[in-house]
Design a binder for this molecule. Structure first.
Ligand code: SF4
Length: 97
């Protein structure tokens, strides 16, 4: 089962030039938004070897992408990363005060 993703291709194409080198170009992008374990595993495998993984992840974090696999991370991974970043920022501010 997958979530309809008509905007993904547009979203990734509208981004910086890094998308030209993306491993997911020409791939059925539904696997990046699928709830199926095998689809997600295949998407993450593509990301693992993607030369623009870092740029993709950074963009996803900046854009607060809520759904799908971006930069080799799941939605849950990104929520954790954002939570950790906010906690570190709070600790840094508390230390500086
Ligand atoms: S990291 Fe994954 S989602 Fe991002 S461009 Fe590469 S293959 Fe596509």
């Amino acid at each position: 089962m997958s979530v309809s993703t008509p905007l993904f291709a547009e979203a990734i194409a509208d981004r910086e030039s890094w998308h030209d080198d993306a491993n997911c170009r020409g791939v059925d992008i539904d696997i990046f938004f699928s709830l199926d374990d095998l689809d997600q595993k295949n998407a993450l495998e593509l990301c693992k070897a993607c030369p623009v993984r870092r740029e993709c992840l950074q963009d996803a974090l900046e854009q607060r992408e809520m759904y799908g696999i971006w930069g080799g991370t799941t939605e849950s991974d990104r929520r954790s990363m954002i939570r950790d970043h906010r906690r570190q920022e709070r600790e840094r501010r508390a230390d500086a005060a």
